[in-house]
Design a protein around this ligand. Structure first.
Ligand code: UDP
Length: 553
């Protein structure tokens, strides 16, 4: 702290002069407010006005320079949740000359990342909306390193998971509330505003019912790299990795030998499993494994993650704690339980995560279908699913319904009523679902070795043609292997050839194992054909098409 203050003092006159002369400078990435992150020199914040400030001088710039479109609806989203009207960022403009009449600015020397946490009380939101996006935003801009300062502008207090946010950088994050302590005007020497949305996979149902995002851009690899980095920073040792890569100490061998175990992640206050002990016994017996119960109320987060990072299976009621499945080892199973009248297909944040390519997790859901096994809480406050505040008729309709209809976030009373039920898990039904699902369990060894390297373009694609008779012709196509193939071990290499008669809008696809082929069926004389060729590795890794060939018979 003292070092920061003295550093700030040394640079103070330079900084002040620079701000007065150059004003604020901004350059952003992204075409729309929903995909924009902006970098600023000398972005300022007035804790009195509770506004960010852009000082115009002769050498300021502002890209994109949107004019008043900057307010339609905003310059950018300050959280990773798309286009949420409580999460917009904008700034106030002032001439640099106005600085003369303002309080002396305090300069923040650290490179700063300014963002909104979306819901820092909820673990799923913490990881999905804040930690992953912030982690990869910091990877995108290299000066956002270990020593970057994070500033949370949503206005909430620390929240229960501030320690997790602390793992992103060695500097203590600042809350909006704390900015006041820096004086009335503070200026960030270098800052980035906004979060990359590249890693998010789920939309919470603000404009359409919740579900996976339409265009998911993250794979299991990036999630696992993030998990690995976080675990290192929590001083958790990856047992699996230690064993696999030459860890040869007796202690490590011992650990590796340790038997598989199942983790039941339990909730202690709401959405309970009423017969948890029975469930634990049943799992232990079925899989002949140790079963460990953890809960956020009883263990530290890092000890829970340590446990999960070596588990064979994670079993839990639907809920935010299931985001911890991102720390499971490859090949593990995620088993999610749903209360009565809640359709697992409609609430899939954890299923979507487990199913990301390269996540290599096996996802299973079970749903309580026996109304007798559910315990409702109609008298609780509405946010915990109470319904007594509703009209009698509406209460009766909800009680009679056996399936929550599709709905928007976040206050649908029927949804809240059902999702906050406690459940007596019917053990035979649970085990039968689980056993069935585990039969089709993908081989984790295969998953581990499956390559994600895509083929390059086939090279030297050529065609030759000949006319046989007035109605028969031949079209020979040949090509060389993609350039990267000779460096790879690929189980299966195939080629796909598309042939289209010029002017037609349909084409014939062909799958071939060799590098040349002569087509004679459906090939007409004196006709122009367009031919595309691409390579395929291991059934589904498609390469790009080579330049189209134009072949005249
Ligand atoms: N939570 C918990 N134990 C409980 C109930 C909730 O640890 O008995 C945690 C939960 O994991 C989440 C937060 O409290 O991080 C909010 O839970 P809520 O039920 O509101 O949200 P959900 O789990 O449905 O996302």
């Amino acid at each position: 702290q003292s070092q920061e203050v003295s550093q700030a003092r040394i640079d103070y006159h330079v900084a002040l002069q620079s701000l007065q002369e150059h004003g604020t400078r901004m350059v952003c990435s992204g075409k729309m407010h929903t995909d924009r992150v902006c970098r600023f020199d000398y972005l300022c914040y007035s804790s009195e006005a509770e506004e960010f400030m852009f000082f115009h001088s002769n050498s300021s710039f502002m890209l994109p320079n949107l004019g008043s479109r900057r307010f339609q609806p905003a310059l950018l989203d300050l959280s990773s949740v798309e286009d949420h009207n409580t999460q917009y960022f904008n700034f106030l403009e002032l001439p640099a000359a106005a600085l003369k009449f303002m309080p002396k600015p305090v300069f923040v020397p650290d490179v700063t990342l300014i963002l909104n946490r979306f819901n820092p009380d909820n673990l799923m939101h913490v990881f999905h909306d804040d930690l992953l996006p912030a982690f990869y935003t910091m990877k995108q801009y290299s000066d956002l390193d270990d020593e970057a300062r994070l500033v949370f502008m949503e206005g909430w207090g620390e929240g229960p998971y501030l320690d997790l946010y602390r793992l992103l950088s060695t500097k203590q994050p600042l809350l909006k509330e704390q900015l006041k302590n820096f004086g009335k005007l503070m200026c960030f020497t270098k800052s980035y505003v906004g979060l990359s949305k590249m890693t998010t996979w789920y939309q919470y149902g603000f404009v359409q019912p919740q579900g996976p995002k339409a265009n998911i851009l993250v794979s299991g690899n990036e999630i696992r790299q993030f998990a690995k980095a976080l675990m290192e920073r929590m001083n958790i040792t990856l047992l699996e990795e230690a064993g696999r890569y030459g860890g040869s100490s007796e202690q490590e061998k011992e650990r590796e030998k340790k038997e598989d175990y199942i983790v039941v992640f339990s909730r202690s206050t709401t959405r309970l499993i009423l017969n948890e002990a029975e469930l634990v016994m049943a799992l232990a017996q079925e899989f002949q494994m140790r079963v460990v119960t953890v809960s956020l109320e009883d263990q530290s987060f890092s000890s829970i993650i340590q446990m999960i990072s070596g588990a064979f299976m994670l079993v839990s009621m639907h809920g935010a704690q299931l985001i911890s499945s991102l720390f499971l080892p490859r090949g593990a199973a995620v088993v999610e339980l749903f209360p009565f009248a809640v359709n697992p297909e409609q609430y899939t944040p954890y299923k979507t995560l487990a199913s990301l390519p390269g996540m290599d997790l096996h996802y299973v859901s079970w749903r309580n279908t026996k109304e007798a096994n559910t315990v409702t809480h109609p008298n609780r406050p509405w946010e915990q699913g109470g319904i007594v505040h509703l009209e009698k008729e509406e209460q009766e309709r909800i009680l009679a319904s056996k399936d929550v209809p599709r709905h928007l976030c976040c206050r649908n009373p029927e949804w809240l009523f059902r999702i906050y039920q406690d459940t007596l898990v019917d053990i035979p039904s649970f085990l039968s679902v689980l056993k069935d699902a585990m039969k089709t369990r993908p081989n984790s060894k295969k998953a581990k070795t499956a390559s994600t390297v895509h083929p390059g373009r086939v090279r030297e694609a050529r065609c030759q043609t000949s006319v046989q008779t007035s109605s028969e012709a031949k079209l020979s196509v040949s090509w060389q292997i993609p350039w990267n193939l000779k460096f790879l071990k690929v189980r299966e290499v195939k080629y796909e050839v598309w042939i289209q008669e010029q002017g037609e809008n349909t084409y014939m696809p062909h799958i071939l194992l060799q590098q040349n082929y002569t087509f004679s069926e459906n090939i007409k004389p004196f006709t122009t054909y367009l031919v595309w060729v691409r390579c395929i590795f291991n059934k589904n890794l498609l390469g790009p098409f080579a330049d189209v060939l134009t072949c005249r018979t």
